[in-house]
Design a protein around this ligand. Sequence first.
Ligand SMILES: Nc1nc2c(ncn2[C@@H]2O[C@H](COP(=O)(O)OP(=O)(O)O)[C@@H](O)[C@H]2O)c(=O)[nH]1
Ligand SMILES: [Mg+2]
Length: 250
Amino acid sequence: MQLDFVARELTIKLVYYGPALSGKTSNLQALHRVTSDSSRGRLMTLETRDDRTLFFDLLPLAFKTEGDLSLRVKLFTVPGQVIHASTRKLVLQGADGVAFIADSQLAEAENNRVAFLDLRQNLKDNGLDLRKMPLVIQFNKRDLPAVRSDEELADLAKHGREPVYKAVATRGEGVLETFLGLLAMTWSRLDAEHDFSNKFRVRSDTFVAALAKQLGVVGDPQKLIEAAVGVDPRAAASSTRGRDGGKGGA
Ligand SMILES: Nc1nc2c(ncn2[C@@H]2O[C@H](COP(=O)(O)OP(=O)(O)O)[C@@H](O)[C@H]2O)c(=O)[nH]1
Ligand SMILES: [Mg+2]
C-alpha cells in the first residue's frame, strides 16, 4: 500500500498467484475485457511464444471514491514456472491481498499444493504473514473434464478460512466475483488497520459497490461477492489474523 496523503491517493497492490498455466493471465484478460475504459489502464503482458508468462502481467485500475480519496489498484500476476522463483518473490513485495488461482483438474492437485507452499514461503521471505494476508482462492477451469467436484470444493471451503470462487476464466465466469471478493476483503483489512473511511470520509459499506459501478459492473456487486463458497470475504477480513495458514486450501 502506498498513501499520498496530500494528493489523497491510495495505491493498493493485489497479486494473482498460483501454479503455471492455472489461468492467472486469463483472469486479467477477462477483467480487462469486461471493465469500462474510464477505470482501467493498459493491460501489460509479456509472454513467450508458448503462452507462458515470462515476467509478470500488470493491469492498473483507478477509481474515484465518493469521499476525498482516489484509489489505484495495481493488479499483478506472477509467472508460475519453477524457474521464475525470484520474480515471484519480487512481485509479492508489498502485496496487500492475494488471489490464489488453482487449477481444478485432478491432475493438477500437486502443482496447486506446491504453489501454495511457495506462496507462503515467498510471503515470509518478504516479511509478510499468510495468516494476516487477505486471501481468496479461485478454482479455475471448471469447464474441463476430470476436475475436483463441487462437493469436494464445498468441503474444502467449509474447513478453510478463505472464500472459494469457482471460475472459467477464459469465458470470464467467476472473474469479477474473485476480484471484487478480494478487493472487499483487502479494503476491510486496510480500513480496519488505518481507519481510511474516517480519514477520507469514505463510506465503507458502499465502497466496493461504488467501485464496481465504476468498473462497469451491472447488477448487484454484493451478489457477485456472495458467490463465494464457504467464508464470506467481507466477514473473513476481520478474522484473517486467526487463520491457520498451513493447510493450503488449494
Ligand atoms: N478450458 C479452460 N482453459 C483455460 C481456463 N483458463 C485458462 N485456460 C487456458 O489455460 C492456459 C493457461 O492460461 P494462462 O491464463 O496463460 O495461465 P497462467 O500461466 O496462470 O497465466 C491457456 O491456454 C488458457 O487459454 C479455463 O477456465 N478453462
Ligand atoms: Mg500468465
